[in-house]
Ligand binder design. Structure first.
Ligand SMILES: Nc1ncnc2c1ncn2[C@@H]1O[C@H](COP(=O)(O)OP(=O)(O)OP(=O)(O)O)[C@@H](O)[C@H]1O
Ligand SMILES: [Mg+2]
Length: 365
C-alpha cells in the first residue's frame, strides 16, 4: 500500500512516468523513415527503468518496465493509434526489446535490493558495535572510579586511625586545662575555641571513617518512591530557607537495597542540588524504570536549575575532596558513588533540560 503510494509521488512522476510518456510521445511523432531515431528512442526506456530500480527497488523497476512495455506495444505493432507514426524496426527485434525491458528491470531491481539489505545489515552491525563500545566505556569509567575510591578508602582509614588517638588525648588535655581556668578569664575563650575545633575535627574524622569503613550491608526490598518522598521531606525545611521547592513524580518501584545507605546517597545529591539552586527555584525529582544496555534499572533523577556542571568536570565531581564550596569537604559525591557501586549501580551526570545539573542514579532491580 505504502509502496503503491510512493510510486505516485512527485518524485516518481518526475523520474519515471513523465519521461516514459515523453519518450512515447516522441516515438509517435517521429517519422517511420527515421529508423535510427526510433532505435535510440526505444532504448531511452532503460533510463526510467534503472531509475525505478534505484529509487524504489524491484517493484519500482518492474513498474517502470511494465509501463514502458505497455506504452511501447501499440507503437511497435501498429495497434490503436493508426494515424500516428510507428516503429519501423523488425518484429523479433521489438519483441526482444520488450522482453529485455523486463529482464533488465528484474536484474537491476534484485541487485539494488540486495545491496540495500547488505547496507542495512552493516549499519545494524555498526550500531550494535557503537552501543557495546559505549557500554564498555561506561564500565571502564565505573571501574576507574571504584578503584580510586577503594585506594582512597584504605588511605583514609589508616590516616584517620592514626589521628584519632592523639586527637582524643588532646581533647582530654584541653578539658583538664579548661577546668583550671575561670569562666570569665579571656584565656578561657581560647581554650573553648580549641575544644570546638577539636570537636569539628573529630566529626570530620568520623565522616572519613564512615567513608573508609562502610558498615555492613543490610539489604531489604526498598520502595524507591517512598524512600524518595521521605528523603525529600527530610531536607525540605533546609530547602525552604532558600525557598527551593521540589517537583516530584514517582513511579512505584522496589529494589533490593540498604535503606540507610541509599538515603545517604540521595541526601548528598539532593543537598548539592539545593546548594546549586538559585533562590526560589524548583528541583525536579523523579523515579522510573528504565532499560540500559541489557539490564533493567530503577532510575532516580534529580535535576536542578543551577549553573550546571561543565562537561569536563563531570568526572571530577566524584573525586574525593573535589569541592568548589568554601565549607565543603568534597566527599558527598564520592560517598554517593561508592554507595551506588555497592548496590551494583552507578550515577550519571548530565545537564537538565532547564540548564542545571542532572544526576541519574541507576540501581539494578
Ligand atoms: N547540582 C550541582 N550543581 C552544580 N555543581 C555541583 C552539583 N553537585 C555537585 N556539584 C559540584 O561538585 C562538587 C563536589 O560535590 P560533593 O558533594 O562531592 O562535595 P561538596 O558538596 O562540595 O561538599 P560536601 O558534600 O562534602 O559538603 C561541588 O563542590 C560542586 O562544585
Ligand atoms: Mg555535597
Amino acid at each position: 500500500m505504502r509502496k503503491g503510494k510512493e510510486l505516485l509521488s512527485l518524485k516518481a512522476w518526475g523520474l519515471l512516468w513523465l519521461p516514459i510518456l515523453a519518450i512515447t510521445m516522441a516515438h509517435f511523432t517521429t517519422d517511420a523513415e527515421m529508423v535510427w531515431v526510433h532505435d535510440i528512442l526505444r532504448r531511452l526506456y532503460y533510463i526510467p527503468i534503472v531509475l525505478g530500480a534505484f529509487g524504489w527497488g524491484l517493484h519500482g523497476a518492474l513498474a517502470a518496465s511494465i509501463a514502458s512495455s505497455l506504452v511501447y506495444l501499440p507503437h511497435a505493432f501498429q495497434m490503436f493509434f493508426h494515424h500516428f507514426h510507428h516503429d519501423p524496426g523488425g518484429s523479433t527485434e521489438k519483441i526482444l526489446e520488450i522482453l529485455l525491458f523486463n529482464i533488465i528491470a528484474l536484474i537491476a531491481g534484485v541487485l539494488v535490493e540486495r545491496e540495500r539489505r547488505e547496507r542495512r545489515r552493516q549499519e545494524e552491525i555498526a550500531r550494535k558495535l557503537s552501543e557495546t563500545l559505549d557500554e564498555m566505556k561506561l564500565l571502564e569509567e565505573q571501574l576507574i572510579r571504584a578503584g580510586r575510591l577503594q585506594a582512597l578508602g584504605e588511605l583514609t582509614a589508616g590516616l584517620a586511625h592514626e589521628i584519632k588517638n592523639p586527637l582524643a588525648s588532646i581533647k582530654g588535655a584541653a578539658e583538664i586545662v579548661a577546668d583550671g581556668i575561670p569562666a570569665d578569664s579571656p584565656r578561657r575563650r581560647m581554650v573553648d575555641i580549641q575544644r570546638a575545633e577539636i570537636d569539628r575535627l573529630t566529626a570530620l574524622l568520623e565522616r572519613f571513617l564512615a567513608f573508609a569503613r562502610p558498615k555492613d550491608f543490610v539489604v531489604s526490598q526498598v520502595d524507591i518512591a517512598t524512600l524518595m518522598s521521605d528523603t525529600v521531606a527530610f531536607i525540605a525545611p533546609q530547602a525552604a530557607k532558600k525557598k527551593v521547592r521540589f517537583d516530584t513524580r514517582f513511579e512505584p518501584l522496589t529494589v533490593p537495597a540498604d535503606r540507610e545507605k541509599l538515603t545517604q546517597l540521595l541526601l548528598n545529591i539532593l543537598l548539592n542540588a539545593v546548594d546549586a539552586s538559585p533562590e526560589g527555584a524548583a528541583v525536579t525529582v523523579t523515579t522510573e524504570r528504565r532499560r540500559k544496555g541489557k539490564a533493567d534499572y530503577a532510575c532516580i533523577t534529580i535535576a536542578d536549575r543551577g549553573a550546571g556542571i561543565a562537561a569536563e568536570l563531570r568526572d571530577k565531581v566524584f573525586n574525593p575532596f573535589y569541592t568548589t564550596k568554601p565549607d565543603g569537604t568534597g566527599l558527598g559525591l564520592s560517598i554517593a558513588a561508592r554507595i551506588a557501586d555497592q548496590h551494583k549501580g552507578f550515577i550519571e551526570v548530565g545537564s537538565a533540560p532547564e540548564g542545571g545539573a542532572l544526576f541519574t542514579v541507576y540501581l539494578p532491580v
